[in-house]
Design a protein around this ligand. Structure first.
Ligand SMILES: NC(=O)c1ccc[n+]([C@@H]2O[C@H](COP(=O)([O-])OP(=O)(O)OC[C@H]3O[C@@H](n4cnc5c(N)ncnc54)[C@H](O)[C@@H]3O)[C@@H](O)[C@H]2O)c1
Ligand SMILES: [Zn+2]
Length: 740
C-alpha cells in the first residue's frame, strides 16, 4: 500500500467531461520519471491485488481501496495515453487462473464493466453514449439492473445440456468449475423452453454466482463452531465456495445464481435466440429455466436512470444478496453492436458503484469500557477511517468470546464494515498482512476504573461485570448521565462532562447525594466554575466563582425535585425499567413506597412488568445503599409519587376539579396514564382506579375496557378523552357528556 492514494470520493478522470479536474491529454506532454515510476508501482500493486483477490480469494485491501488504486492509474493514463499499453491493468480483466482447476478458453471473451462513482459521471456516460451513437436510444432505451456482488461464471449449453462451466479468469481463459456448478440447484442441467420455442444448439450463458446473506451467516456460524476462520464477506465466501476441490462442499454452501448476459449462441435457422433487445433476452433465458433478476427496469433517460440508482441505494440492504452498485445497459442489441467493446469492457454498459461499506484499517488496541450496569465491554481502537460517510475510530467488540470468535489480534489490519446508519463492526483480520508483532487481547481480571475483581453475575453469562456497583466511577458516571437525560429527570447541566467533574472532585458517594450539592461544593470543580472578573474582584471576590453552568445546575436540580414519578422511576436505574415501561409501572404503583412494599407476585401481575422486571425491582430495593438513595432524595425534597408530586404542584394550578372523584380509562391523547392521573390530582380531584357509585366523572379514551362498561351500568357521567384538556382547564360544567 502507498500513502499517496487519491481520495476515493474524488471524481476520477474522464477525458470527455469538461468539468474534469485533471488536465486532458496533451500530446506534447510526456510523462516524466516520477510519473512513470508511480505508474509502474501502481500497475505492479494492482496486479498483485488481483491475483490475491481472484486466484487466492484472500484480498488484503478493501474493494474501495482497490478501486482507488485503479482510478489513480486510469487518471495517469488519461493524461499520458502512451502509458496505456496492452499489458496495463486498465486494459485487462480479472487475473490469470491458478493451478487448482483446468483452464478453459471461453467461446467469446468475458469482459468486465467500466465504473462511475457520481451522478455527474453517470450522466456524462449517457451523453457520451448518445454522442457515439449519433441518436438517443429512445423510450425504454436503457435497462437498469442490480450489480450483484458475486463472481461471474460462464455456462456452456449444447443442445440444451450444460456441458461446461467456468470462472471468468482473465476474460479469455477461465477455470473449469463444471463439477462444482452442477451442484448449484438453481442452475439447470438442461434448458427446457416453457413456451415451446426451440432451445439453441449452442448457448453460452453469463451470470453472477452469489451467496445470499442468510447462507453467508449460516456458513460463518458453522465455520466458527468447527473452529475455522469465518469469511470476511459474502463475495469472498461465494468465490471460495465455488472454487472448492470437493464439489460436495460447494453443494453444502447453497449458492445462488442470476443470469445477466450471454456470449456465443448458435445461429441456425429455427433455433435462433431472440436477441433484439437485452431485456427480451432475459425473458428468453427465463423461459429456458434460468434465474434472471426481477429488479431490472427499462428507463428512458439519465434522470430515470438516476432515480433507479437512488431507489436501489435506499433498499441496498433489503435484497437477499449483497449488491455493490447498479448496472445500466443500452437495451437495443443493434445499438450495442455499434458501440462495441474496449479491451476490457462493453461501451454499451456502465456500473454505478455505491460508496464502499467496507474498509481496512489498523487495530491499534483493544480496550474495555464499563457500562451503567457494570457490564465490561471490549472495544476496538482503530486508526480513524472514513466509511459510509463518517469517520470511525472505535467499534464495540461486545465481549471476550466475540473477540476470540472474530480472531483479531492487536496490531492486525482489520476489515471494518459500516452499512448506512448501522453501528460499525469489525468483521475480522487480514491474516495475510500479519508480520508477527501482533498480540492477542487479554480480558482484564479487574475493573479498569476501580480495580475491583470482575465477575460473572450468574453462571452461563457472556458478560463480565464490575461488582462495585455503588461507587465504581464508571458505573456512577453512567448512572448520573442517565438520570440527567430527558427520559429521566432532564437535568440539562448534568451531561457527560458535568458527571465527570462531580466525580473528579469527589463531591458525592453515589447519586443519593446529588440533591444535596451546594454552590460551595460546585466551586471545587472546573466545569461549574470560572475565574472571578474584575468587578467581582473589586467587590472582594477572588479566585473561582460559579459559572453559568454551575448556577444552571443548581436551578435544574431544584426543578427536578418535582418531576413526575415515572421520570424518577427511570432515574433510579432499576434494570429493565426504562422510559418505555416506566409510565405503566408508575400508574400501577403510584408512589415509591407502593413499589417498594409490593410483593414479587403483585409486581409481576401488573402491566408493563414481567417476572424478570419484578425480580429486578425487589432486588433493587433490597440493596441497602439503593434504598438509601430514595431516603436521601426524599430528605432533599424530592417527591417520588404521583399524588404527592401532583399535590406538591397543586399550588400552581387552578383547582377546577376540587372535591371530585375522577376515573381516567383508555388512552388520553398527549398524556401517559400516570400523567393524566397526576393532572386531575393537581386540579384538586381524587383520581380513582375503579368506577363506583361515588365516582363523579369517568374520562374514556380509546381502548377503554370494563371501566367504561361499569360507568354505563352505574349510570355515571362519561366524558370523552378529547375533552380532557377542557375538563382540566374549566372543570366539568357545560362539558358534553357521552350518551349511549
Ligand atoms: N480488494 C481487492 O484486492 C480487489 C482486487 C481486485 C478486484 N477487486 C474488486 O473486484 C471488483 C472488480 O472486479 P470486476 O472486474 O469483476 O468488475 P466489476 O465488479 O467492477 O464489474 C464487472 C462484473 O460485474 C458483475 N455483474 C454483477 N451484476 C451484473 C449485471 N447486472 N450485469 C452485468 N454484470 C454484472 C459481472 O460479474 C461483471 O464481471 C471491484 O469491486 C474491485 O474492487 C478487489
Ligand atoms: Zn469498577
Amino acid at each position: 500500500m502507498t500513502d499517496s492514494r487519491p481520495d476515493p470520493a474524488a471524481p476520477f478522470s474522464d477525458p470527455d467531461s469538461p468539468s474534469d479536474p485533471v488536465s486532458p491529454a496533451d500530446p506534447a506532454a510526456a510523462p516524466d520519471e516520477v510519473v512513470r515510476e508511480r505508474h509502474d508501482q501502481l500497475a505492479t500493486e494492482i496486479t498483485e491485488h488481483r491475483h490475491r483477490y481472484y486466484a487466492l480469494d484472500a484480498p488484503t485491501i478493501s474493494d474501495g481501496e482497490f478501486d482507488a488504486l485503479m482510478r489513480e492509474l486510469e487518471q495517469i493514463e488519461d493524461r499520458f495515453p502512451e502509458l496505456r499499453t496492452p499489458d496495463s491493468p486498465t486494459q485487462q480483466v480479472g487475473a490469470p487462473t491458478g493451478a487448482t482447476f483446468s483452464p478453459v478458453t471461453h467461446l467469446q471473451p468475458m469482459t468486465s464493466l467500466d465504473n462511475v462513482f457520481s451522478k455527474e459521471e453517470l450522466f456524462a456516460w449517457v451523453d457520451r453514449t448518445v454522442d457515439r451513437l449519433g441518436e438517443h436510444p429512445g423510450a425504454g432505451g436503457f435497462v437498469c439492473e442490480l450489480k450483484i456482488d458475486g463472481l461471474a461464471v460462464d455456462l456452456v449449453y449444447e443442445d440444451g445440456a450444460l456441458v461446461r462451466a467456468a470462472t471468468r479468469g482473465d476474460g479469455r481463459v477461465g477455470e473449469d468449475v463444471t463439477a462444482n456448478v452442477r451442484t448449484i440447484q438453481v442452475i439447470p442441467d438442461r434448458l427446457v423452453s416453457h413456451s415451446g420455442q426451440p432451445v439453441p444448439a449452442l448457448l453460452e450463458v453469463r451470470g453472477e454466482v452469489y451467496l445470499s446473506l442468510e447462507q453467508f451467516r449460516r456458513i460463518n456460524e458453522e465455520l466458527v463452531a468447527s473452529g475455522k476462520a469465518p469469511f470476511a464477506n459474502p463475495r469472498n465466501s461465494a468465490a471460495g465456495s465455488l472454487r472448492q476441490k470437493d464439489p460436495e462442499v460447494t453443494r453444502s454452501r447453497r449458492l445462488g445464481f442470476t443470469a445477466h448476459g450471454w456470449g456465443a449462441s448458435s445461429d441456425e435457422p429455427g433455433t435462433r435466440l431472440e436477441l433484439a433487445r437485452q431485456s427480451h433476452a432475459y425473458e428468453v433465458l427465463a423461459d429456458f429455466g434460468l434465474p434472471v433478476s426481477q429488479y431490472s427496469r427499462l428507463v428512458d433517460d439519465s434522470e430515470q436512470v438516476w432515480a433507479f440508482v437512488e431507489e436501489v441505494a435506499q433498499r441496498r440492504h433489503d435484497f437477499v444478496h449483497e449488491i455493490d452498485g447498479a448496472v445500466v445497459k443500452v437495451d437495443d442489441r443493434a445499438l450495442q453492436d455499434r458501440l462495441g467493446f474496449t479491451s476490457r469492457a462493453p461501451r454499451w454498459a456502465i456500473a454505478y458503484k455505491y460508496p464502499p461499506e467496507e474498509v481496512t484499517t489498523k487495530l491499534l488496541d483493544i480496550r474495555v469500557g464499563v457500562g451503567r450496569t457494570g457490564r465490561v465491554t471490549p472495544y476496538a481502537v482503530m486508526e480513524p477511517v472514513v466509511v459510509a460517510g463518517s469517520t470511525v475510530a472505535q467499534a464495540t467488540l461486545h465481549n471476550a468470546t466475540e473477540v476470540v470468535r472474530k480472531g483479531v489480534l492487536i496490531g492486525d489490519t482489520v476489515v471494518l464494515r459500516k452499512a448506512g446508519d448501522v453501528i460499525p463492526e469489525v468483521l475480522g483480520p487480514v491474516v495475510d498482512l500479519r508480520d508477527g508483532t501482533e498480540h492477542p487481547f487479554v480480558m482484564p481480571t479487574h475493573c479498569p476504573e476501580c480495580g475491583t475483581e470482575l465477575a460473572y453475575e450468574k453462571e452461563g453469562d457472556k458478560d463480565l461485570r464490575c461488582p462495585n456497583q455503588r461507587s465504581c466511577p464508571a458505573q456512577l458516571r453512567e448512572r448520573l448521565f442517565h438520570l440527567g437525560s430527558r427520559a429521566a429527570l432532564d437535568i440539562e447541566m448534568l451531561g457527560e462532562k458535568g458527571a465527570d467533574a462531580i466525580l473528579a472532585a469527589h463531591l458525592i458517594t453515589d447519586e443519593g447525594d446529588l440533591f444535596d450539592l451546594t454552590a460551595e461544593d460546585l466551586l471545587r470543580t472546573d466545569f461549574y466554575t470560572r475565574n472571578a472578573n474584575a468587578r467581582e474582584k473589586k467587590a472582594g471576590t477572588t479566585g473561582r466563582v460559579l459559572s453559568a453552568n454551575g448556577t444552571k445546575l443548581l436551578e435544574n436540580l431544584e426543578a427536578a425535585r418535582t418531576r413526575p414519578w415515572a421520570k424518577f422511576l427511570v432515574a433510579l436505574s432499576i434494570r429493565h425499567i426504562g422510559k418505555g415501561n416506566a409510565p405503566d409501572v408508575a400508574a400501577a404503583f403510584p408512589s415509591v413506597e407502593a413499589l417498594r412494599d409490593a410483593s414479587e407476585e403483585e409486581l409481576a401481575g401488573a402491566e408493563g412488568i414481567g417476572p424478570v422486571t419484578a425480580a429486578a425491582i425487589r432486588e433493587w430495593f433490597a440493596t441497602d445503599w439503593r434504598a438509601e438513595i430514595v431516603r436521601k432524595w426524599q430528605a432533599a425534597g424530592c417527591v417520588l409519587g404521583t399524588y404527592a408530586a401532583a399535590e406538591a404542584r397543586a399550588a400552581e394550578q387552578p383547582q377546577t376539579l376540587a372535591g371530585l372523584t375522577i376515573v381516567v380509562t383508555g388512552t388520553v391523547p398527549g398524556y401517559s396514564r400516570d400523567e393524566a392521573q397526576e393532572a386531575v390530582v393537581a386540579r384538586g380531584a381524587k383520581a380513582a382506579g375503579s368506577v363506583s357509585k361515588r365516582t363523579d366523572y369517568v374520562v374514556v379514551g380509546e381502548g377503554a375496557g370494563s371501566k367504561a362498561d361499569k360507568a354505563r351500568d352505574l349510570g355515571r357521567p362519561i366524558i370523552a378523552a378529547e375533552h380532557f384538556q377542557r375538563l382540566l382547564d374549566e372543570g366539568p360544567e357545560g362539558l358534553p357528556l357521552v350518551e349511549d
